[in-house]
Design a protein around this ligand. Sequence first.
Ligand SMILES: [Zn+2]
Length: 390
Amino acid sequence: MSQLPYDAAQAIDADDVASLATGLCNIASDRDNEGAIAEHIARRLERSGIEVHLEEVVAGRPNVVARVPGTDGGLPPLVLNGHLDGAFHVDGWRRDALAGWVEGDRLYGGAVSDMKGGLASMVVAMETAARLGGTPRDLILQAVMHHDTVGLGTKYLLASEGPTEGYAICGEPSNLSIHVANGGAVKFSIAVKGRASHISRLDEGIDALASAVGVYSGVASMAFTHQAHPSLPDLPIVLVGVLQAGFAAGCTAPEATLLGDVRTVPGMDRHTVRADLRRIIDQHLSPDTTCELRITAAQKSFIGNADSPLVAALRTAHTRIRGAAPAVGSPMPGQAFVTDAADLAAIGLDSAVYGPGDWHYAPDEWVSITDLRDAAAIYLATAYELPHSP
Ligand SMILES: [Zn+2]
C-alpha cells in the first residue's frame, strides 16, 4: 500500500473533526427531527465541492447522500453509513447537552457517541478523499434519518438507490473495535385492562396493576424459542423497561401497560417472539383482567464475517493509524445493539460496525477527540486497503 492515504490521513486535523462534531451536537435531532442536521451536513459537504443530495423520506426528514467518485472505475464502492437521529434521554448533565464542550481529549455533547461524533469522522473522511481527488473506489456517505431500531432511513435509501454491491461501514459506537455481528430486536407493549374501584369497595375492582406485575415477573424470567447462534452467545435477552399504571393511591388501576424489548438471534422474529410472549402472558395474567399484546418495532440481526475483505482492510488501516491491531468480534454490549448493518448486509454489502465512542445511557456522554480523528483517518485509508480488483 502506498504511503499516500496515510500521509493524508495523518494530516487530518483533530480540531476540525471535533468542531464539526460539536456543531452536530448543538443541533437537536431527536426522533422525527432530522431536517436541520441533514441541511448542516449537506451544506458543509457542498462547500467542499462534494456531490450531495437530500432524499426526503417523509416531509422534513431527509437522508443525506454524498459521493466522492473513485479514480479506478469499476471497483465496488465503500459506503460510510451513520444515523442523523440522536437522542439523549437522561437527566443529570453537568452542562447543557446542546452546547457541546471539550475537556482535555474528551468532547462532551448530547448524542456525541451515538453517533454524531462518528458522523463527523465520516464527513471529514469524505472531505479528505475529495481533496485527494478521490480514493480508488467511490466513497459514499449515507447519513440517514430514523435509525431508531427499525432502520427506516437506511432501508429506504438502499431500496431507492443502493448500492447493492461493495462494502459498508456502519459507524455505530464500537469504541474502535470491529464488530462483525449484533442481534436483532423485537419491541412490544402489553396493555392490561381491569376496573377502577375505590379502596372502600375493593370487591368491585379488578386490579390491572397487580395483574401486570405478575406478567412482568413471567416475562422477566422467560425463555424464548430459539437456536443459539455462535456469533451471539449472550442472546437472546429480554427487558421490560416501562410499567405505567393507575391514577390514584386509593383506587385500583383500571389499566397497566408494560413496554419491553427482546434482543434476538437469527430465526427469532415478531411471530416467534409474539407466540412466546402470549404463552407466558396466559400463564401469569390474573383472572378477570384482559390484555392486548402488540409488537411495536422489529429489526433483524446482523451477521457479518470476521474473515471478509472489509474486515481485513479495516484491520490493516486501524493497525497502521493506531499502531496496534483492533479487537474483532461481537462482544457485549455491542452484541445487543441494533444497527443498520443488518440492512446493509442484507442487500449484499460486505459490512461491519466500526465507530468511535463507548455508548451508555448516561449523562455527560463523551468521545475521545483522538478517536474521532483516527476514525476519520481509518475510514479514508480503508477505501485504499480494500481489494483492487472488482
Ligand atoms: Zn446508534
